[in-house]
Design a protein around this ligand. Structure first.
Ligand SMILES: Cc1ncc(COP(=O)(O)O)c(C=O)c1O
Ligand SMILES: N[C@@H](CCOP(=O)(O)O)C(=O)O
Length: 468
């Protein structure tokens, strides 16, 4: 499989190249040249497979040419055979229509583990093959950071620099990153928002002072391999509802548009998805873009769903590319306009293409708290606030045919946000034993100002080196 940049001018790469490169050299994001398509009969044959075997079948066309079947099988079984829950991503029923897809059974209690545990293995495989090292630079609003650090801590061939916005992640999220003691892990808190951190990371990919010295890679969802691994749980859940003979709708709490874009990919592959509901908090650029065609970023507001306090949503570019006729040059121009004005109108084909599958909703803090209360009182489920944003959207979604199961992606364990959960429900969720003694361990992180140069220089000065 070949991968193309959404901005049209970076070289096409195979899966191995796209995984190690992360962000394309023209600033675009990699996407498969075409969507592999499964027939209804092929989807039916997936019923009853273990999660690991399903992952092999879904990922195989995407990795073709870069991983042999036996290599892919070994990786999928290594990651998913012992994942914290036998089903890896189990479903929980709320009522006759609504379900939760629990994505938080991995080591760091958020959906990011499902893909990042796989990405850690992919890095190891490809770097060993090339006898190379990689310096990862990443940005996190809380969950990607801990999941990525868990996936690569102590590994020989990678080191990781993870930027988080100072005081804008939960205490559990921060400690899951900053208490990890491994020589290849560097945590940096920057003054500003997640968007600032993400901008610094993307700029490093285009900065010769960095790329001329270090081979840098990405763990954020700008890395295609992340999304590929997330497609699997849409199939795993829809099959349980009878796919391909029955359609399912999903409500996805959204920030960087990665998780919900994985649902879009599943639909392009032939999975009958009736609707994808993009659920945002008050940082609602995606809701406004889908509703009015106006993609314009405001200031980020801190909320009880900090992982979704995002205004510039990386993966939306992938959707605009795919829906807008895959015209890289035109999209590069459109994105240049956005970089200059922090605002851009969508084209008609982008709007119409998106409207075929997506709908959207926005939840403020009261809506979110009410959704947490509803889940607890009506269904006995204590859910995290991000999941609450998704559930609010699911409960208020229209345009979904009666009788269609609506699945809300439960993206984090409630204990990661226990203060907000307790305030809404009166229940203080306990931290699962698998995260260990987080509050008894010492924290280590560098605190930097908000300027790009300080971040870049810190990385250059502290990198053990990955060669060029
Ligand atoms: C708990 C949680 N829910 C939802 C999201 C949103 O996911 P995405 O950025 O893939 O849209 C994130 C992070 O982005 C998250 O950490
Ligand atoms: N919510 C994320 C933000 C980064 O998103 P990513 O999916 O692009 O890595 C986080 O928790 O860090």
């Amino acid at each position: 499989m070949q991968y193309l940049s959404t901005r049209g001018s970076a070289p096409a790469l195979d899966f191995e190249g796209a995984t190690l490169t992360g962000l394309a050299s023209d600033g675009g994001l990699y996407l498969p040249r075409e969507w592999p398509r499964l027939s209804e009969a092929e989807i039916r044959e997936l019923r009853g497979l273990s999660y690991a075997d399903l992952a092999v079948r879904i990922m195989r066309p995407f990795v073709a040419g870069s991983l042999a079947d036996d290599e892919l099988e070994a990786l999928c079984h290594a990651v998913y055979d012992d994942f914290g829950h036998a089903a890896v991503t189990p479903l929980a029923q709320l009522n006759e229509t609504h379900w939760l897809l629990e994505l938080f059974h991995g080591p760091t209690l958020a959906f990011k583990d499902v893909a990042l545990q796989m990405l850690g293995q992919l890095f190891e495989t490809f770097l060993a093959r090339r006898d190379q090292r990689l310096t990862i630079v990443g940005a996190t609003s809380g969950d990607t950071g801990s999941a990525a650090i868990n996936a690569v801590a102590g590994r020989e061939r990678v080191e990781i620099f993870m930027l988080h916005p100072l005081d804008r992640v939960s205490d559990v999220q921060r400690r899951q990153m900053t208490t990890v003691r491994a020589p290849n892990v560097h945590n940096i808190a920057i003054r500003g928002s997640f968007d600032d951190a993400q901008r610094h990371v993307k700029r490093m990919f285009a900065d010769e002072a960095v790329t001329g010295t270090l081979r840098i890679g990405a763990v954020n969802s700008i890395n295609w391999a992340r999304l590929m691994a997330q497609v699997v749980y849409y199939f795993a859940s829809a099959l349980q509802f009878g796919a391909p003979d029955r359609a399912v709708a999903y409500s996805v709490p959204t920030g960087n548009f990665g998780d919900v874009f994985a649902g879009y990919v599943a639909a392009q592959m032939g999975l009958p998805i009736e609707r994808l509901v993009v659920a945002t908090n008050v940082n609602d650029i995606l809701h406004r873009a889908l509703k009015d065609g106006d993609y314009s970023a405001g200031e980020t507001t801190a909320t009880i769903t900090p992982s979704m306090d995002i205004q510039v949503s990386s993966n939306f570019e992938r959707l605009l590319f795919d829906c807008g006729g895959r015209d890289g040059a035109a999209l590069a121009e459109q994105m240049r306009g956005f970089d200059e004005n922090r605002s851009m109108p969508l084209t008609n084909s982008q709007r119409e293409g998106a409207a075929r599958l997506f709908t959207s909703a926005r939840a403020d803090q009261d809506d979110t708290a009410r959704a947490l209360q509803w889940a607890y009182r009506k269904a006995g489920q204590v859910i995290d606030p991000h999941t609450g944003v998704g559930l609010h959207a699911a409960l208020h979604a229209d345009g979904i045919a009666p009788g269609t199961p609506i699945v809300t992606l439960a993206t984090a364990h409630p204990a990661k946000f226990r203060d907000a959960v307790e305030r809404a429900t009166g229940v203080r969720p306990a931290l699962p034993a698998r995260v260990g003694d987080l509050f008894g361990r010492e924290e280590h992180f560098a605190e930097l100002g908000g300027d790009y140069e300080a971040t870049r220089d810190y990385v250059l000065e502290n990198a053990a080196g990955s060669g060029r």
